[in-house]
Design a protein around this ligand. Structure first.
Ligand code: NAP
Length: 488
């Protein structure tokens, strides 16, 4: 078999997985480029207080690299330790080019990708795997007067550990999954915290249990003992959380009962009503948390729901004319969810750019991993994958199995370049669109689960269906350039 040269963009959980799987298959001409100075992706970038993964850790790790976690919802530091452990063990830390950003990928007439980096280096490779992750460009809201604030301000994804928060009046904008983790830390840290909520969230009460030492010792002695736990967590995530959002009646009812019941922890009726969403449970990404409701009832916490008018030097003025004076303003306002590899220049066949493909605000892919017009370009965790309340590591492993089958076709000289047909991309978009009617994402909320035209950006069916559609590539859906057409 011939061996391809492959360039991977990003050394987060997905890029590391790609590197491991390629080496496992005997493909060693691999370049891994990472903009930062370490592996880790999300868990390296996000260091805000209280950061944890809300997917159970035994299910949020590589299937081939079990780990003895301290908590079932692992904290960010431990997840970063895990990433670095995997990086060292599989030779990624030693091999990756750190501190370098891929600035452009251009598909050449000779069927190869020309890649350029911020260090002025250039590479010519057979394939590119884009493993940049989804949520990595912090989103700063467009609020009037944002630059006028005289105190310190930052985004949760760029936490300022150098600022001493003691005695400071802190404002937090946003109440998503991140805010639900960080706000209780600030409130229980005895700071005066003002929370600006635009939309309340449904919160599923999954407590973070610490695994007892005796159990961890048992697992350390024999990691295979963790299998049953992993299976239980897989069932919980796929059969309860994922199914609750994609039209399965029973899990949806269970989730409704859990979230609605959880709200009764708020004793004050007015506060409870302001924290009660007016859309269906799961319409926005479910928040998994047990600390927020307790914290927000403390005397040093203030929930503001009036809506922000503007930001001034002294603080935030809400639409009722009240100025909320602050020393620090924290933006927990999420990410640009569909930037993926951008702002990198991506030019495919016939000068077609990624902006051409996605300018309409519809993010079409083939089975969440291939893009029309971009031969031999793999987009990990692309639009159309089940990334809601799910394990991105599990999804990426499944995608990599699919990708390795494509790469094997290349190695077996069945083709030199592969991309989906227009019809296959259109059919996948239609199949995804059809699925939305069964989901709760059309349950009356604003969320990034739907694109500008109201079509889902993530996979709207259950996990088994995702396994079915990613089992193996269908040649009828692919344009394959024969090997004899390759120009030397
Ligand atoms: P997010 O879910 O996008 O939430 C952003 C928050 O900011 C929302 O409450 C939003 O209000 C608010 N907001 C945005 N613009 C605003 C404005 N102009 N004025 C007032 N409020 C504004 O962001 P996130 O909490 O950082 O979470 C992002 C994603 O990260 C999640 O979807 C999840 O996938 C992931 N995450 C995962 C974990 C985990 O443990 N696995 C933890 C944290 C985050 P609206 O709701 O009204 O838009």
């Amino acid at each position: 078999m011939r061996q391809p040269s492959v360039l991977i963009i990003g050394a987060g959980a997905t890029g590391m997985l790609a590197y491991i799987k390629l080496h496992e298959a005997g493909i060693t001409d691999v370049i891994l480029i990472e903009k930062a100075d370490r592996v880790g992706g999300t868990w390296r970038e996000n260091t805000y207080p209280g950061i944890a993964c809300d997917i159970p850790a035994p299910h949020y790790c590589y299937s081939f690299e079990p780990y003895v976690w301290t908590h079932h919802l692992a904290y960010g530091g431990e997840l970063q330790d895990y990433m670095e452990h995997v990086g060292h063990k599989y030779g990624i830390t030693q091999a990756a080019r750190f501190g370098e950003t891929v600035t452009s990928c251009v598909y050449g007439d000779h069927g190869k990708w020309q890649v350029e980096t911020s260090k002025g280096d250039a590479f010519t490779v057979d394939m590119v795997i884009s493993a940049t992750g989804i949520l990595h460009h912090p989103k700063w809201p467009d609020i009037k007067g944002k630059d006028d604030f005289s105190g310190e301000a930052w985004h949760t994804a760029q936490w300022r550990h150098d600022v001493d928060l003691a005695g400071k009046r802190i404002g937090v904008i946003g109440t998503g999954s991140t805010a639900h983790q960080v706000i209780p830390e600030l409130i229980y840290g005895d700071h005066d915290v003002t929370v600006f909520q635009r939309t309340p969230q449904w919160v599923a009460p999954v407590p973070n249990i610490r695994f007892p030492e005796w159990l961890r010792r048992r697992w350390q002695r024999k990691p295979a003992r963790m299998r049953a736990w992993k299976a239980a967590y897989r069932w919980l995530v796929q059969s309860v959380f994922v199914n609750a959002t994609v039209g399965k009646w029973l899990p949806n009812k269970v989730m409704n009962i859990l979230c609605r019941g959880h709200l009764w922890r708020i004793r004050d009726r007015d506060l409870r009503s302001r924290l009660t969403p007016d859309y269906e449970v799961g319409c926005k990404r479910l928040v998994i948390n047990t600390t927020f409701y307790g914290a927000i009832q403390k005397p040093n916490a203030h929930l503001i729901t009036e809506g922000i008018d503007k930001i001034e030097a002294q603080g935030v003025r809400t639409k009722d004319g009240v100025l909320h004076e602050l020393d620090v303003l924290i933006y927990s306002t999420g990410f640009h969810n569909f930037n993926y590899m951008r702002p990198m220049t991506l030019v495919g066949r016939d000068g077609h750019t990624i902006e051409d493909s996605w300018s309409t605000g519809q993010y079409q892919t083939h089975r969440g991993v291939l893009l029309e017009g971009f031969p031999n370009f793999i987009l990990m965790l692309g639009p159309g994958t089940p990334i809601g309340n799910n394990t991105i590591i599990g999804i990426a492993e499944r995608q990599m199995d699919y990708v390795m089958q494509l790469i094997d076709m290349w190695r077996e000289r069945k083709m030199s370049a592969i991309e989906p047909t227009s019809q296959a991309v259109a059919e996948f978009a239609e199949y995804i669109a059809k699925g939305v009617t069964g989901t709760v994402w059309v349950g009356g909320c604003q969320s990034w689960y739907l694109d500008a035209s109201g079509q889902p950006t993530i996979f709207p069916y259950d996990w088994n269906e995702f396994l079915r559609i990613t089992e193996k590539p269908d040649p009828a859906e692919l344009v394959m350039t024969p090997v004899e057409d390759e120009v030397a």
